[in-house]
Design a binder for this molecule. Structure first.
Ligand code: IMP
Length: 447
């Protein structure tokens, strides 16, 4: 295949996660040799539907469903080894063996039971307005340890440090004292059980652990193509998102350098995924939220319940202010707009084009979450459509009002909508001409 067509690509979320990235990664996989995760951990939830089968993945890159592809978990991912084994075993029970095509960075940090416990305890202890609404997967505490440097443990430690078990025991004892002092927590994490689980993880994962940075550079030298899979979404970015209601990593393409060890400049196709409306799980400001019957209807029609936690997702109109912001930060080259079918049946559809904060209209989100909480959405109304879009297979067949809606989003975000999702299955994806080359489809828009 032509190397230009197979330019290194990143698929990432422009919103608060749950945009449908797993489906896009799965769709694009056949054009790539490697799929790489570079951020986050088991907080991510990717649902991929293949025929009648649905796969819910958290830590594993969506690429693992493709036999030919090497899936890589990069240095920037925080990995709960027990959860990883669980996902590997779940796939294996369904006849998919990933052990020979999964590679885990020896630089990746370990999420251990005390990280998850701290995540839960600190959320319980936080006042109503200070809860982040985390996934309780230990993400924040693990990244905090990583940044503190003295207390963190990585895969290379699990594999090679003779002092590893002593270090784990020391950490567990120290955390228990800390949790007692901070949260009045009396329970214990059993060091023996943690060590036994880690020993099992060591022996089973050892063949998959390696220097993935070198692996990726050699792959590039050999002309192999890479697809980077951003977990979570850019509005949850620790630097650019709705801080402090964010996750602890960099989910956009700018996270690739740090999280995969590859120069981001070599990743030239940047596919930003978002839904045709907005959703958010967890706490934090959500200016275009619809806390009413319309929001309920979107949640029902879109089946908006979290993959990782099962929580009902908050729903609202498409927020062009925050998406334009993440589109600019990421330099998105193509937008994948998912769940357009969910909006069928509304007389009018709202688009949030600006925020009104304390009588001032602003076109970019402010840094301060308290200001965002006070913001009112400025809504532009567009006519809706009644047609069921789920059976459509060509972009050109979309009803006129649906196309006008997409045109407006393109002009507000300043980037082309190249892919449109009209249902959960691979086949329910409309691909526009400019994007067909990557799928090696020359005759038809159907995939
Ligand atoms: P954490 O990443 O578990 O610490 O959670 C921090 C915030 O990010 C919470 O509001 C979570 O609900 C949210 N979050 C983290 N990962 C995802 C995701 O993949 N999809 C949606 N929300 C997420």
């Amino acid at each position: 295949m032509d190397q230009d067509i197979r330019q290194h690509t990143c698929v990432f979320g422009l919103s608060w996660g749950d945009e449908g990235k797993g489906k896009i990664v799965d769709l694009l996989c056949p054009a790539f040799d490697l799929v790489v995760r570079f951020n986050g951990g088991a907080n991510a939830g990717h649902t991929v539907c293949v025929g009648d089968d649905t796969f819910a993945l958290h830590l594993l890159p969506s690429g693992v469903l493709h036999q030919r592809i090497t899936s890589v978990i990069g240095p920037g991912v925080v990995v709960d080894p027990t959860q990883l084994l669980l996902e590997i075993d779940n796939l294996s029970a369904r006849g998919i063996d990933v052990s020979d095509r999964l590679r885990i960075s020896d630089r990746a940090h370990l999420v251990l039971p005390y990280h998850k416990l701290e995540d839960q305890l600190s959320e319980q202890a936080a006042g109503k307005n200070n809860k982040i609404g985390t996934t309780a997967r230990g993400i924040g505490p693990c990244y905090a340890d990583k940044m503190k440097r003295k207390t963190a443990l990585r895969f290379c430690d699990l594999m090679g440090d003779e002092q590893f078990e002593t270090r784990v025991r020391t950490q567990i004892a120290a955390r228990m004292r800390l949790f007692q002092a901070l949260f009045d927590h009396e329970g214990d994490v059993s060091a023996d059980e943690v060590i036994a689980d880690l020993q099992a993880a060591r022996s089973r994962l050892a063949p998959m652990v390696c220097d993935t940075t070198d692996l990726l550079h050699r792959a590039m030298d050999e002309g192999r193509s890479m697809l980077f899979e951003g977990a979570n979404g850019m509005l949850l970015d620790v630097d650019h998102g709705t801080y402090p209601f964010v996750t602890s990593s960099s989910p956009g393409p700018h996270g690739i350098g740090a999280g995969a060890g590859v120069p981001p400049s070599c990743v030239t196709r940047l596919v930003g995924v978002t839904k045709a409306y907005a959703t958010r799980v967890g706490s934090g400001p959500f200016v275009s939220e619809l806390d009413n019957k319309i929001g309920d209807q979107i949640r029902r029609q879109g089946k908006e319940f979290g993959t990782t936690t099962g929580r009902p997702r908050r729903c609202g109109w498409f927020d062009a202010v925050s998406c334009r912001y993440t589109a600019r930060i990421s330099g998105v080259t193509d937008i994948a707009l998912m769940h357009l079918d969910t909006l069928s049946g509304f007389d009018e559809i709202g688009l949030c084009t600006a925020y009104c904060i304390d009588q001032q209209t602003v076109a970019t989100p402010p840094a301060d979450a308290r200001l965002l909480e006070r913001a009112q959405p400025v809504i532009e109304w567009l006519p809706g459509w009644r047609e069921d879009l789920r059976t459509l297979r060509h972009y050109e067949d979309l009803p006129g009002n649906a196309r006008r809606y997409l045109d407006r989003i393109e002009s507000l975000l300043g980037a082309p909508v190249s892919i449109v999702g009209v249902g959960p299955e691979r086949s329910q994806t409309l691909v526009r001409d400019r994007f067909r080359d990557i799928l090696n489809i020359h005759q038809s828009t159907t995939v």
